[in-house]
Design a protein around this ligand. Sequence first.
Ligand code: GLV
Ligand code: MN
Ligand code: MN
Length: 410
Amino acid sequence: MENLTIDGKRLWDSLMEMAGIGATAKGGVCRLALTDLDRESRALFTRWCEEAGCSVGFDAMGNIFARRPGRNPDLPPVMTGSHLDSQPTGGKYDGAYGVLAGLEVLRSLNDHGVETEAPVEVVVWTNEEGSRFAPAMIGSGAFAGVFDLDYAQNRTDMDGKTIGQELDRIGYKGEGCGGRPVGAYFEAHIEQGPVLEAEEKTIGVVTGAQGQRWYEITLTGQEAHAGPTPMARRHDALVGAASIVTAVNRIGTSFQPDACATVGMLICKPNSRNVIPGEVFLTVDFRHPNDGRLAGMDQALRQAAEVAAETGGLELKLEEIWHFGATPFDQACVAVVKAGAERYGHSHREIISGAGHDAVYMAKAAPTGMIFVPCENGISHNEIENATPEDLAAGCEVLLHAILEKAGAR
Ligand code: GLV
Ligand code: MN
Ligand code: MN
């Protein structure tokens, strides 16, 4: 079969239209999971897929599946997709690119009148970001059997609303989740790091993802008046938290190369300028491609948190709420992605994903691969996130190749 084309302008225009839903003044997107804006983006995706002749359904986690039939309905589908939820100050491409590249593949197959052997499904996973509801990647995790449905539907946001309640509210709570075979899964995504751009490579052939651990820590001290309370008598939870923040950063730098360590959220109570903080909640995000090193970071954190609590006379609650190990992708799928880059003449290199992706959980349910394209200055989870139409189109060509290889086409 000759090299089929995709329509890069159509892909770009769809991305820009999707980015209008939840658009921020600084050019990014705020589309938190299961909000009204998320519902709007789901409705637009569904309309586009129906216009492309797909049947569209969703499961008990609100994961949406748009299905283009194959010649043989008994074959498991080849699946591709990503997420439409974003960070509070997210960009236009994180997640939306993978979803709309999948849609562009379907539209291109229609344009060329190609019938695949296996059905092709484009999926929108619920709550990939883990920003509104922790942990991240929970829709794909439930589909892959990593989380049971009850646990997944009962995760709460900061206001105590559950995923299940919010799915009901926006009309996206279907029946059942996962437990069906998937022939292969591919996900296209911006790299979200600087490697491809620095090396002037168009395609990242993703060989796997690094391991990740998330923690929630609460330090409890005693609220007291900022004036009359002598320094020696204080139990200041924020001072303890500050030393944990510093320790997390130190752990990140001392487990180089490759470690990443972040405190991204800190809630100080009562947050009044003349009250000594009585309670602080903070989150820790640790990543490392080597599971042993990640375990070492875990130990170092526990030690540092205990020292911080003891020094400040504080009560410590430290909970690891999420953990997945380093995840290699299927070698045959990795090879298909590489072959796609070569077929379309795009420069490429192998790369390990620094970010978590739905592909990490799908790798437990199906042979899985990922395709990265560069993003400007390696910046993501930021409203200034940017990528070129040419690179996005190139990644979509590689995705088309991968899907045709795995779904089979004459
Ligand atoms: C997902 O966005 C992650 O934090 O890796
Ligand atoms: Mn993403
Ligand atoms: Mn993200």
